[in-house]
Design a protein around this ligand. Structure first.
Ligand SMILES: Nc1nc2c(c(=O)[nH]1)N[C@H]1C(S)=C(S)[C@@H](COP(=O)(O)OP(=O)(O)OC[C@H]3O[C@@H](n4cnc5c(=O)[nH]c(N)nc54)[C@H](O)[C@@H]3O)O[C@H]1N2
Ligand SMILES: Nc1nc2c(c(=O)[nH]1)N[C@H]1C(S)=C(S)[C@@H](COP(=O)(O)OP(=O)(O)OC[C@H]3O[C@@H](n4cnc5c(=O)[nH]c(N)nc54)[C@H](O)[C@@H]3O)O[C@H]1N2
Ligand SMILES: [Mo]
Length: 768
């Protein structure tokens, strides 16, 4: 993968951020982005409809949308995402006439997307090395012919988590009618560790809490999520909890600003009276130290219970719940009792005292929520860590009661919903029999490719066609330097997108770039303007209606594009009228309801229910759809990854100025890093020990035993409050360092938060 424009890279300016998250800084940042995207007046009006019943659902994160929204139910980052989508800037055919694809590869990720919305369907021309406009009919015809010539097993249908339930359902149906279960999506790089762990232990694949549980909880744990930047609207319920003196106990190697203090920029009183502390306790654990920390807390709780039992006092554990609802408690309790405190302290980086204090708070709380993000799922032991969080909750019956439960904070705004309506490579998660019955066909029964498998297939040549419903695959995956060259040997690449990104600049033999409507745009079809729907992190489903005039008259909606390709590829099926579905999306919702009658009961009627309608989840009712029909305690196989001397654990994270591979600005305001993303955040003592000083350029080299050298140079050292031995850099710049086979066991989520690396100065002085 060619690097971002390398020469004259600006030095990062470092100015530690002392304000709260939100506040006046937020107001200013919002002004900046609206101006930058040239949408000042219109943008502000549009924003009033964000996350409102009968408005449109934000294209940024998947945090729950309340039934009684605030006057402005959006955050700074949601507004940035809106401005980015409804920008006046355009990437037109004239633009491609003026720039070859080779030339564009020298542009940075930010420059590419900031050039504006794609306006015409395009086909790559190798002789001219650029994209030329093509009619939609020609594009569909040629894509259909290409797909028909390929073996369905060799074609991958990737989805980034933004497409609606309607588009996603049509996409998976089309793929299965074609003969493939290759449906990796961004979830495979994200919360798949959750989707693998939770079904095994509590029988559902998603978190169990509802927004209303935050009103009833009396203790919240937060593990590995940067709420400030990545789900800022969640700071509102957290703030309300903090104001009720609910302990919020955070485990994160970095001190994330919004988890410390928050000032609601929409509350005029607060803007004057000042910010609220969010976390009551903040534990900067070692990266990858979560299992050890959770086992430590569980050990202390179990030993408190042992002591209470011996003294004839009231029990600390919810013995009734454990007996009635769970299996495996004794083995887990024995495991915890056996662990030594010094070992748990070393592995977690947290003192016994702090873990015992946490256990005491847990033990006196009646309803506990555990919330978590990528700091948990993107590790070699990510699946096990999720199971440990469940163990902690099960000890006191904290699942299936008001104010308690698992809160898996998902990423993309509809990534959870896509999995719900059949975007999955795992056949056991898809009602194939039902699809077979409804559409009178025999769906493929083999498990498809995950994202990692798809990359491996691109490398070994077994994947020949790649259709992408959104996303920036080549930039989001690990080992990009290896996968991008192999990608150009693909026969077919079809990219449905809103903006130009790096994946589009690595053409296959036949490449199409198909521009689609964004969610904020009016989606006018034969029966009038259409609504779509999505599912948030709390499994509530919301309708969404675009408001903005489409940026170009040549755009098609995602359902229309999918239908166009489907019609050109598949024989007619009397049970599916693609045109009728496109004319009226409520018919697609009827089809979703027919496929999932319990989950989507009265789908069309409930589409715009304020707050969304919750999908029924068995675990919320203390019904366990696990193999044993009980909630399952589990014993971890390992407490942490072994660390060799001189090897650092690199986490690759998001800055405030980005949405995944979309870079709005080269700043990370809350971490105080401005003007460059080519930095590595390091502990001061480590910097001194390596003989470095702040501002030095360093090279990171991955320590991985597969004979492949992975290195990244020109990273500027920034001293930061992070535990010794742990460092942080930005995604996607650091993805070249992540080996494809370094992933979470069980889920294959790339272990992007636990990459073993060595550090050397750029001038190659040897460093011990
Ligand atoms: N504005 C904005 N919003 C977004 C996104 C965005 O890029 N920008 N992306 C969206 C997507 S797809 C997703 S998945 C989410 C991602 O949201 P997050 O889950 O917050 O993802 P990251 O930014 O990668 O940050 C991971 C956090 O985990 C911490 N961490 C790292 N390693 C460990 C560890 O070993 N243990 C613990 N306890 N903590 C650790 C890091 O310090 C950091 O605070 O956000 C979504 N929302
Ligand atoms: N090192 C490292 N790697 C990571 C991560 C990490 O933390 N560290 N995080 C992982 C995670 S959690 C995720 S979710 C993935 C994200 O991976 P992806 O979902 O593949 O990437 P995005 O950057 O979200 O995709 C951005 C592109 O989507 C297109 N787009 C935007 N809106 C729309 C739309 O409405 N429709 C269509 N069709 N296209 C649209 C635009 O063209 C834009 O360029 O990255 C993963 N990669
Ligand atoms: Mo994600």
């Amino acid at each position: 993968m060619p690097e971002d424009r390398a020469p004259s890279r600006p030095q990062a300016q470092v100015e530690p951020y002392s304000g709260p998250a939100g506040g006046w800084g937020s107001v200013k940042a919002l002004e900046n982005i609206l101006t930058q995207e040239e949408v000042l007046l219109l943008g502000s009006e549009i924003l009033l409809h964000q996350n409102k019943p009968d408005g449109y659902m934000c294209v940024s994160c998947s945090w729950a949308k309340p039934a009684k929204p605030r006057p402005f139910e959006f955050c700074e980052n949601g507004a940035k995402a809106t401005a980015w989508e409804i920008t006046e800037k355009k990437t037109t055919p004239e633009f491609f006439e003026a720039h070859t694809v080779t030339e564009l590869r020298d542009w940075s990720d930010r420059e590419l997307e900031d050039n504006g919305r794609l306006t015409h369907p395009l086909r790559y021309d190798a002789a001219a090395d650029t994209y030329f406009p093509v009619t939609w009919d020609d594009a569909f015809r040629e894509i259909g012919a290409e797909l028909k010539a390929l073996d369905p097993r060799s074609v991958v249908f990737y989805t980034s988590g933004r497409a609606s339930l309607e588009a996603s359902y049509m996409y998976q149906l089309f793929g299965r009618l074609y003969g493939s279960n290759n449906f990796p999506d961004s979830s495979n790089m994200c919360h798949e560790s959750t989707s693998v762990a939770l079904p095994e232990v509590i029988g559902v694949s998603v978190g169990t809490v509802l927004l209303s549980d935050f009103e009833k909880t009396d203790c919240i744990f937060s593990f590995g999520h940067n709420t400030t930047t990545n789900a800022p609207r969640m700071l509102h319920p957290l703030q309300e909890c903090a104001q009720r003196d609910v302990p919020i106990i955070t485990f994160n190697p970095l001190r994330e600003r919004g988890l410390e203090r928050f000032l609601n920029p929409q509350n005029p009183v607060q803007m004057v009276t000042g910010s609220t502390r969010i976390s009551s306790h903040y534990h900067q654990l070692r990266t990858g130290g979560d299992i050890a920390a959770i086992v430590g807390i569980c050990k202390a709780v179990i030993e408190m219970d042992d002591a209470a039992d011996a003294a004839g006092k009231p029990r600390v554990l919810d013995k009734g719940f454990i007996a009635q609802h769970t299996l495996g408690f004794e083995a887990f309790a024995e495991f915890c009792r056996r662990q030594s405190w010094p070992d748990l302290e070393t592995r977690s980086g947290i003192t016994r005292g702090a873990l015992e204090e946490t256990a005491a708070i847990y033990a006196r709380s009646n309803a506990v929520i555990v919330a978590y993000g990528m700091g948990v799922t993107q590790h070699r032991h990510g699946v096990e860590t999720v199971k440990m969080l469940v163990n902690l909750l099960l000890l006191r019956g904290n699942i299936g009661k008001p104010g308690a439960g698992v809160c898996a904070i998902r990423g993309h705004s509809n990534v959870q919903g896509q999995r719900t309506v059949g975007i999955s490579e795992k056949t056991q998660l898809v009602p194939l029999d039902k699809l077979a019955e409804l559409y009178e066909f025999e769906p493929p029964r083999w498990d498809g490719l995950t994202t990692v498998d798809a990359c491996a297939g691109i490398l070994d040549g077994s994947v020949k066609g790649f259709v992408s419903l959104g996303g920036n695959f080549l930039r989001a995956v690990p080992d990009q330097d290896r996968i991008a060259p192999a990608w150009s040997r693909l026969r077919l690449s079809v990219q449905v997108a809103t903006k130009l990104n790096r994946t589009h600049l690595v053409p296959a033999e036949v490449s199409f770039l198909l521009p689609c409507l964004g969610r904020i745009e009016v989606d006018e079809q034969a029966t009038g303007p259409q609504a779509v729907s999505m599912e948030d992190s709390t499994a509530c489903v919301h309708g969404s209606r675009g408001r903005r005039k489409p940026v170009s008259e040549h755009l098609l909606s995602e359902p229309r594009i999918i239908a166009g390709i489907a019609k050109a590829t598949l024989p007619a099926n009397r049970r599916i009228d693609w045109d009728a579905w496109c004319a009226d999306y409520s018919r697609v919702r009827d089809a979703i309801e027919a496929t999932y009658p319990e989950q989507f009961k009265d789908f069309n009627k409930r589409l715009f229910l304020p707050g969304g309608f919750p999908r029924p989840l068995a675990a919320r009712e203390r019904k366990w759809s696990t193999k044993s029909r009980k909630a399952q305690f589990s014993v971890p196989e390992s407490l942490s990854e072994p660390a060799d001397t001189g090897v650092f654990t690199l986490m690759t994270i998001r800055a405030d100025g980005q949405f995944n591979t979309t870079i709005y600005r080269d700043d990370d305001r809350f971490r105080g890093v401005y003007g460059s993303r080519r930095v590595v955040l390091m502990n001061e003592a480590d910097i001194a020990r390596l003989g470095l000083v702040a501002g030095d350029g360093v090279t990171l080299t991955t320590v991985f035993d597969d004979g492949i050298e992975r290195r990244l140079s020109g990273l500027q050292v920034v001293p930061y409050a992070i535990p010794a031995g742990c460092i942080a850099g930005y995604y996607p710049e650091c993805n070249v360092l992540i080996p494809l086979s370094h992933y979470a066991l069980g889920s294959k989520v790339p272990a992007s938060k636990g990459v073993p690396v060595r550090i050397a100065p750029d001038d190659a002085r040897a460093v011990a």
